[in-house]
Design a protein around this ligand. Structure first.
Ligand code: FPP
Ligand code: MG
Length: 298
């Protein structure tokens, strides 16, 4: 199923008629193709669904190319990122090429699909800006965090599921909610793993988010649970490279207040709602994808 999407992306890239772009594209790790998988599971492997999946994956790849430049990230999926290999300029331009070719192809699907997907890309961009802005301060506002992860991560997954439902003539709202919940839970779990996994498994240093200024859900809950002296101590560690004993203090406090469990439960509630919605629709495979999401260790 997914091979048809890979072929379609390959065709779109070949149509650009640029050897350099074709070579650069081969340097990108394909990833899990979660968005394409959802689209094909919901809408089947017809041409419109394959094209939509290809466009969404190209936009997603473009957003990660830009994100790695913004985050100064030199690895992606444990491999050197494109900006590490070829520099920021090339990474940004390859992102622009994938993104604009994706938009061009979106016009050949349908106006409704184009609207759903392009609205998500607006959200995606607002979310990335929100992430950068929130990282400059010690944000402990849960609502702002939730809004940012909705925009940055959930919006494109929500749009993938919603667009596929439109293509298949299925009830759009249920699928939009499924995609949104899946996306929110995915980002929450990602943020939890940054704290619970070791550096080798993550392919980046553990507690990296906090050092980058990101106060993700566990830090927001931890802040709420600490007394005022500890609150000040946590705030003092924000956006710094942590010494081992400082990282240990954060992890110990998280354990003491069961912060990871609390954060995990929030992701799990979203997944349970997503599973219930798909069970009503008889979509066992989609319910299974949601279940796997909450069980993933990386
Ligand atoms: C990864 O977040 C980043 C995103 C999911 C969205 C990035 C969006 C943009 C750069 C907007 C521009 C969009 C286009 C289409 C050019 P992360 O840094 O938390 O996750 P990571 O650990 O995977 O890097
Ligand atoms: Mg990043």
């Amino acid at each position: 199923m997914l091979s048809a999407v890979e072929r379609k992306i390959g065709q779109f890239i070949a149509e650009l008629g640029d050897k350099e772009v074709s070579v650069l594209y081969t340097k990108l790790p394909a990833g899990k193709r979660l968005r394409a998988k959802l689209i094909l599971k919901i809408a089947g492997s017809n041409l419109a669904a394959v094209k939509t999946a290809a466009v969404v994956e190209m936009i997603h790849a473009a957003s990660l190319l830009h994100d790695d430049v913004i985050d100064d990230a030199y690895t992606r999926r444990s491999k050197p990122s494109l900006n590490a290999l070829y520099g920021n300029k090339t990474a940004i331009m390859l992102g622009d090429i994938l993104y604009s070719k994706g938009f061009l192809e979106l016009n050949n699907i349908s106006t409704e699909i184009a609207k759903i997907v392009s609205n998500a890309v607006v959200q995606l961009s607002l979310g990335e800006l929100g992430d950068v802005s929130l990282s400059k301060t010690f944000n402990v506002d849960r609502e702002r965090y939730l809004r940012m992860i909705y925009q940055k991560t959930a919006s494109l997954i929500e749009a993938s599921a919603g667009a596929a439902a439109v293509l298949a003539g299925k009830p759009k709202e249920a699928y939009l909610t499924y995609g949104r919940n899946l996306g929110m839970a995915f980002q929450m779990i990602d943020d939890i793993l940054d704290i619970t996994q070791d550096a080798q498994t993550l392919g980046k240093p553990a507690l990296h988010d906090f050092a980058e200024g990101k106060t993700t859900l566990p830090y927001i809950y931890l802040y709420e649970a600490l007394d005022s002296a500890e609150k000040a101590e946590l705030q003092g560690l924000h956006a710094k490279v942590l010494k081992p004993e400082e990282a240990l203090w954060i992890q110990t406090k998280m354990k003491e207040h069961q912060i990871i469990e609390q954060s995990y439960l929030e992701a799990r509630a979203l997944i349970e709602e997503a599973i219930a919605l798909m069970s009503v629709q008889g979509e066992d495979a989609l319910a299974g994808i949601a279940q796997e999401m909450i069980e993933r260790e990386f």
